[in-house]
Ligand binder design. Structure first.
Ligand SMILES: [Ca+2]
Ligand SMILES: [Ca+2]
Ligand SMILES: [Ca+2]
Ligand SMILES: [Ca+2]
Length: 206
């Protein structure tokens, strides 16, 4: 992925392409995908299809270069849109906050996070059952693409002992975000709190 980002910057910085607007990027991504997804045209890019583009002996070099360029633009776009490169845009923050709520609001999925519900999430994450989440447990829960796993873990790790107790993962954050004191979090309360948190992380990096 890093190689692709670098290639991308090279492509852009060589001035072969003026800066693109959002619409242009969308167009290129769509156009690029459709040019690459040919064998079979099924909405999925296989290794074989990508390999063809890069190994083609097509005498039409321009066409080949264009395809490679499009592939790089797609890669860039994917990398950026999944937020692996902080700072995040407002839309990306919204996405992660929404994603976070949906990952937690599972039992029952009713738009409200209760203490009991968060406790169940904690127990699921605590794979060895010792009453603590390690950084790895926490990372597995947050997913590979979340850009602020370490920062969020450090924020939660109140006593700085390198693991999260149930109190640190469930009770303290719940109290911090619960505006009306009913000991549960509405989507609005969750959004308000975590948008602020992500903004702060963003500023630290930005
Ligand atoms: Ca719920
Ligand atoms: Ca554990
Ligand atoms: Ca701790
Ligand atoms: Ca509440």
């Amino acid at each position: 992925m890093h190689l692709l980002i670098i290639s991308c910057f090279l492509v852009f910085s060589c001035g072969q392409q003026p800066p693109l607007t959002d619409e242009e990027i969308q167009y290129w991504v769509k156009d690029g995908f459709e040019n690459l997804d040919v064998d079979p045209k099924d909405g999925i890019l296989t290794k074989k299809e990508l390999g063809k583009v890069f190994s083609t002996k097509d005498t039409d070099d321009c066409k080949r270069e264009r395809s490679i360029m499009q592939f790089l633009i797609i890669s860039c776009f994917l990398v950026f849109s999944f937020g692996q490169q902080p700072p995040l845009t407002a839309e990306e923050m919204q996405y992660w906050v929404k994603d976070g709520f949906e990952n937690l609001d599972v039992d029952p999925k009713d738009g409200i996070l209760t203490q009991e519900e968060l406790g169940k999430v904690f127990s699921t994450g605590d794979t060895d059952g010792d009453g603590n989440l390690t950084r790895t447990d926490f990372g597995a829960f947050m997913g590979l693409n979340f850009p602020f796993t370490d920062q969020l873990f450090n924020l939660f790790d109140w006593n700085k002992n390198g693991v999260l107790s149930k109190d640190e993962f469930v009770d303290k954050p719940l109290v911090a975000a619960d505006q009306n004191g009913d000991n549960q979090l509405s989507r609005q309360e969750f959004d308000d709190f975590y948008t602020k948190v992500l903004r702060r992380f963003n500023q630290q990096l930005g």
